[in-house]
Design a protein around this ligand. Structure first.
Ligand SMILES: Nc1ncnc2c1ncn2[C@@H]1O[C@H](COP(=O)(O)OP(=O)(O)OP(=O)(O)O)[C@@H](O)[C@H]1O
Length: 292
């Protein structure tokens, strides 16, 4: 009998999860799974999930939430053969979009049965795991405000992007790559394992979760109106054409900021840092997806 652990974040996406919980129960019973449903609380979730994994030894963990909840699941299964299925009920659903997971809950649930294994890379950022995207500057500040807001959803996120645009600050970064050292002034730097934010903005057109590399996307100071040009380019896969954007592929980097800067990874605030050490962890966790 297949064991499945369901992790449901009641808070993610600002959506009521009663219907989802009913669908999960029916699906699990229909397929005769040995299963458990864990509802996150926002505190000590990782420890609780690890305990449940030890008890249930699941073949699959199905994560109903956004990127923050996926990050908890990835931390819990790292180093084990357990696969992850995403049920996209977050606000932005960045990873779900990156992996082309169906937005329909029943179709996403069906991946537990029919999904194909895709082994993806992870990033180690200052000793913490990042699955999707991390950054400093503009978006990290937006993420902090979003975290503090009791409401969820893309509109709330957009509201804070607009506010932060008026408060862009330039930082000086010293960037040690394996072959060379460079210096850059930037208002934002993205450490991208993946290619796009959950909004659909493709900030790393060359991004791949399986290439053993990640990209540094460096965004120089830009005039306010250029934000709309950058957004347009991002939505049409032309972000790297902008004169304000530089993209560098690497498997490791050490970035030193002249002023402490807020760092976020997968929508969770890590804190204010002046040094960021990143290396890729190739083929580290398996997701069940529609096609590979
Ligand atoms: N029961 C809960 N009440 C309040 N917060 C919670 C609860 N469970 C988890 N959380 C918090 O939810 C956050 C993760 O949310 P998640 O990223 O999954 O959804 P989201 O932010 O709505 O979507 P996305 O990441 O796609 O934008 C974590 O910071 C976690 O602490």
């Amino acid at each position: 009998m297949k064991s499945v652990l369901f992790i449901v974040n009641p808070f993610s996406g600002g959506i009521d999860k009663s219907a989802l919980l009913d669908s999960i129960e029916s699906f699990a019973q229909e397929h005769h799974y040995r299963y458990s449903i864990y509802k996150t609380t926002g505190s000590a979730d990782l420890e609780q999930v690890k305990e449940l994994i030890a008890e249930l030894n699941p073949a699959v963990i199905a994560v109903a939430g956004g990127d923050g909840t996926i990050l908890t699941a990835v931390n819990a299964v790292f180093g084990t053969p357990t696969s992850i299925v995403i049920i996209p009920v977050g606000s932005a659903n960045g990873m779900a979009k990156e992996l082309n997971v169906p937005m329909d809950i029943n179709k996403a649930l069906a991946l537990i049965e029919s999904g194909k294994d895709l082994l993806i890379d992870l990033l180690d950022i200052n000793g913490k795991i990042c699955v999707h995207l991390a950054d400093v500057g503009l978006n990290a500040k937006v993420v902090k405000r979003f975290e503090q807001d009791p409401n969820r959803g893309l509109w709330i996120y957009g509201k804070y992007v607009f506010r932060e645009l008026f408060q862009l600050r330039i930082n000086r970064f010293s960037i040690q790559l394996p072959e060379r050292k460079i210096r850059r002034f930037a208002v934002s730097m993205i450490f991208a394992n993946a290619s796009k934010y959950g909004t659909g903005a493709v900030i790393n057109p060359v991004g791949s979760l399986t290439d053993g590399k990640f990209e540094l996307c460096i965004i120089r100071q830009f005039p306010f109106w250029q934000f709309f040009v950058l957004a347009y380019k991002a939505f049409f896969g032309k972000f790297s054409d902008s004169e304000y954007v530089e993209i560098i592929s690497t498997s490791q980097v050490t970035v030193k900021a002249s002023r402490k800067t807020l760092l976020q990874a997968d929508g969770e605030i890590i804190g204010k840092v002046s040094t960021i050490v990143i290396k890729v962890l190739p083929q580290s966790v398996s997701f069940l997806v529609s096609s590979v």
